[in-house]
Design a protein around this ligand. Sequence first.
Ligand SMILES: [Ca+2]
Ligand SMILES: [Ca+2]
Ligand SMILES: [Ca+2]
Length: 823
Amino acid sequence: MSMMEAEEQEEDVNTPSEDELKNKGCDCVRYAPLWVALVLLAGAGALTWYFLDYGPRHLESTILKFYSGSLRILNYQYSLDLSRPESRAFWTESAKLQKMLREFICATDLEPYYNSSTVYAFGEGSLTFFFWFALQVPESQYKEMTTERVNASLSRELFTSINSTGRLSYQTEYKVDPDSLVLLESSVKDIVVLKSTLGCYRYSHIREEEVLRLKGPDYLASSCLWHLHGPKGHMIKLRLEWTLPECRDRLAMYDEAGPLENRLITSFYGCSRQEPVVEVLSSGHVMSVVWKKAMYSYYDPFLLTAQAVPFEAVFAGSTKTSHPQGCFFLMRRLLQGRQQRDSTAACQVNLTLQGGLEMQGKINTPHYPSYYSPNTHCTWHMTVPSLDYGVVLWFDAYALRRQKYDLPCTQGQWIIQNRRLCGQRTLQAYAERIPVVSSTSTTISFTSQISLTGPGVQAAYSLYNQSDPCPREFLCSVNGLCVPACDGIKDCPNGLDERNCVCSAKFQCQEDSTCIEFTKVCDQHLDCVNGSDEEQCNQGVPCAPFTYQCADRSCVKKPNPQCDSVTDCKDSSDEKHCDCGWQAPLTRIVGGVNSIEGEWPWQASLQVRGSHVCGGTLIADRWVVSAAHCFQDDRLASPSIWTVYLGKYFLNISSQNEVSFKVSRLLLHPYYEEDSHDYDVALLQLDHPVIKSPFIQPICLPAHSHLFEPGLRCWITGWGALKEGGHANTILQKADVQLIQQDLCSEAYHYQISPRMLCAGFHQGKKDACQGDSGGPLVCKESSGRWFLAGLVSWGLGCARPGYYGVYTRITSVLGWMKQTMG
Ligand SMILES: [Ca+2]
Ligand SMILES: [Ca+2]
Ligand SMILES: [Ca+2]
């Protein structure tokens, strides 16, 4: 598979054919007598031939340099015929213009280097033609032959010849607009891409409010080139919607009339699962698109449409608490090396923030969530109510980093209070805290520095208290987030949140700072010297990492007060939504590894075409949670292929207690990372609601503050193999495992354990989850008799190997995403 891919790519970078590039100099005629002589001297030996045919300058090796560009003809108008390369008009016109182009280049001092040229497309209005040409440059002059130098030569000729009309034949028929020259250096790859699309070139003018559908290459061509042209004052928005789960087509979009590598906006290969729809913007009213069809693909794997969107006023962050002054685009004609860019897209917004720490709105690049356009320039002026506050920008999967050198930022440049930062797409949350020191206003700007763009950038903004940015939590300077301190988990990448802790993951007695286990807090026994562990157990306490937060936002000191049949919150919210986590009364006590039917009523079997692939856990009426890695393979990424079984006991025999479901939605955590297994969680929405029975019950989801203390005995269940390399089991298996302290596990796995992971097992090995258990539950029983979901089988080194624990997705750290997704 990977070999084929490589071959396909190889084909892309082939140099143009020999035939194409052999020296077709400006004046072959001049050498005509030489050719005659050559024929005569054919037998006279290669040496003679060598010196006769090539002058001394050919002794030096030469390099081909490619340039592409466009020119406008004043005395000709574009006609519709010219949009079809198979038309006679196209053929005639391009041949004539090609001749003209050659004469034009040969009229300049570039004449000795001329190699070949091609006219490949036409544009609207006064006839514009697009071309590329090659110069054969001696190695020693390669560096001097810059685009500026070539541009200067061609411009000089255009401006002098316009004053002496008719001096050269090329000017007799065509009146070239000397101001219209656009010239760009191109790579061999650009020319190859162009060549591959010549059989399928499509020019399209997009009118306002028109949505143009681009149909894929048909059986006659493997690649197509669209040259999209919108009305002035507009950008082109290309919308891409994947309709097949799997594909190998390629798509590239350029901020130019031709497919030039250095004007690439973005490219896609294959089908995306995470973003079913992508929108890409050009910087001006011209864009070109290359669609390369995969071999043996008969259906278009995506819907591709283009639209012209005006540089409209964009209001960012418009909420009732802010006062956007509008965002406008500067229409500016940039003349950089005589390359004409239509405009720069700029947005300027003034925001006045109100007191309070809640989210106040969002700032984003224009047309978010479309990709930001090349030449985006946004400036946000923020005013805070007083110097007590700073501003926080909350990013999602995007972080700002200091750039040491003056290199351009490839994913957006940010200037915040004169600090230059580079944006970077990541798989983490990030907050940029902007201290406000002398003036209550601050300026933030975003600039796309290169033509290559990316998904639109958005950040929510709020204020923070400069004197206490993270109440009762630790401010992680690496990512700007507030994280729980001294809870035994290094939430901050540098681990500083777990430094200098008096009690790590334990309760600190107020009287003497001794540490006791959280299970001894509010258990009606005095464990601290003066009993501070039993104080304030029936009243609200200040919220802290290990306090339970009630629906009214007050906090309770008692650990894990959720669903224990005792009302702990004033609003009794801790005892609401408690129809979960019960096992049906079990009739007999079972030893060994076989479970009994109904013992684990939340256990799900996720199957593809009748085969068990992964485990899952019922957590709500229509939701099953599993591991994201179960779906990472392209063939397993579509929800439609999955069947979920609940109430199942025997894997191969169906029973009347089991119910099967189809999956209507499959959602992977957006930060899931295949290599690190971080955020290994997925949610499956069932096609119909579950009817509960003694064999089908949801597990209780823990509160964010729920404590699963190291040393606690919990259970894992699944039909997985009994030993490494073994086969799946027929009967649902169970095993008890011990929760492991985070730092011990982290050490065993050479610090590859993230805060989203939880380890369980035994140092000696013996019991562990194995193949086929993936995604299945790790559940712990509370003293109330209720079961809570602590983890999901994620990864581990082998099964039950001594010294290596099983690694589970830590539910409490992905709970926010789960709740948000389930709505
Ligand atoms: Ca921590
Ligand atoms: Ca106690
Ligand atoms: Ca309670």
